[in-house]
Ligand binder design. Structure first.
Ligand code: NAD
Length: 328
């Protein structure tokens, strides 16, 4: 049993990971500032926050602390008092679209915030492994159909830039202060609990509320959609596997699908949903499949959820546990 601190632990991915680690009887500290970047007029943030925390709030091995990673003094105090064995750093302004809208905030949270967490790790002196959640956006436009971890990093937007900076800080602090790091690069994670209105959430919620499924440029973009439970399993492996030390991993499904395929799969559950074609709405990197061969080999990572079964589970969960406006 280890003491594991998860920054952003009350978020979408953090809560999926916390559930796995809680069941493994680790002692957890979920540090979160409860920030949300989506307009409260369209967001169901509070509903999803409560739903994510269900089953974690009353666990004796789970402690939840409010704290903003930008406030270095507070982070240092928590780290030096609690002395974690490992840190999973997920807290971020986690959306490329919002990072472009609010670049200063993205820099303050994703770069200054990461620096502050790393300073906390240095001050605590107890951390053996630090896991940093980066993103496939660090690659920029894919230069090959499949990108492995040696693909050049060449971000084309603020979000990718802040994530790449976080990777560099992670590696340099680990080298300077003698702890192990693991950097993970997920892509388009979807599943119950996401409140950031990424394309997967928008398509499904629009179908549930009788709105059109909007496809930009014919929905031809190819994205490596990754089911949240698969990613959470990969992150848990990064904590325990010796082979994860000082490595970078793509943690995705390992198979790009067109956004159109995702929308058509959603439509199978909601046959009356209309598909609407529109021109491109934002500059995004042209992506594709991320190779997960390295994670398979060193972590035993074996994601099993394709969009067909992932969307079915996501829809079922939303019908059972989603906000009333979505299902009534
Ligand atoms: N979801 C994806 O598709 C995806 C893909 C690639 C990378 N990631 C990365 O994974 C991580 C988790 O993403 P998520 O989808 O769970 O997002 P999320 O917004 O659901 O979770 C992030 C959590 O961090 C917290 N947070 C934000 N700023 C904070 C601050 N200053 N101090 C303390 N807490 C703060 C938020 O309150 C939230 O609970 C992020 O680093 C994100 O960039 C996500």
């Amino acid at each position: 049993m280890s003491k594991i601190l998860i920054t952003g632990g009350c978020g979408f991915i953090g809560s999926h990971l916390a559930r796995i680690l809680c069941a493994q009887k680790h002692e957890l500290l979920l540090l979160d500032a409860y920030l949300n970047y989506i307009s409260p007029f369209i967001s169901h943030y509070q509903h999803f926050l409560k739903a994510r925390m269900a089953g974690l709030l009353d666990r004796p091995n789970v402690r939840i602390e409010r704290g903003d990673i930008r406030v270095q003094k507070r982070i240092q105090q928590i780290m030096t008092e609690w002395r974690p064995d490992a840190v999973v750093h997920l807290a971020a302004l986690p959306s490329a679209k919002e990072a472009t809208l609010y670049p200063t905030e993205a820099l303050q949270i994703n770069v200054d915030g990461t620096l502050s967490v790393l300073e906390g790790v240095r001050a605590a002196g107890s951390v053996k492994r630090f896991i940093f959640a980066s993103s496939s956006f660090v690659y920029g436009h894919f230069k090959s159909a499949e990108a492995d971890e040696t693909h050049p990093t060449d971000p084309i937007d603020v979000y990718g830039g802040t994530k790449l900076t976080g990777e560099i800080l992670t590696k340099s602090y680990a080298k300077a202060h003698g702890f192990e790091y693991t950097i993970v690069r997920p892509s388009a994670v979807y599943g119950f609990g996401d409140a950031n209105r990424r394309v997967s959430q928008i398509l499904i919620e629009n179908a549930m509320t009788g709105k059109s499924l909007v496809l930009h440029e014919g929905g031809k973009s190819r994205i490596d959609f990754t089911y949240a439970a698969d990613l959470a399993d990969g992150l848990a492996r990064c904590l325990e596997r010796p082979g994860a030390a000082n490595e970078i991993f793509n943690l995705t499904r390992g198979r790009a699908r067109e956004v159109r395929e995702f929308a058509l799969e959603v439509k199978r559950h909601f046959p009356h949903a209309r598909i609407e074609e529109r021109p491109s709405d934002a500059a995004r990197p042209e992506r594709g499949t991320l190779s997960i061969a390295k994670a398979r080999e060193l972590l035993g990572y074996a994601p099993s959820v394709d969009i067909e079964s992932g969307i079915a589970s996501y829809v079922a969960d939303l019908k059972e546990r989603g906000p009333r406006e979505l299902v009534s």
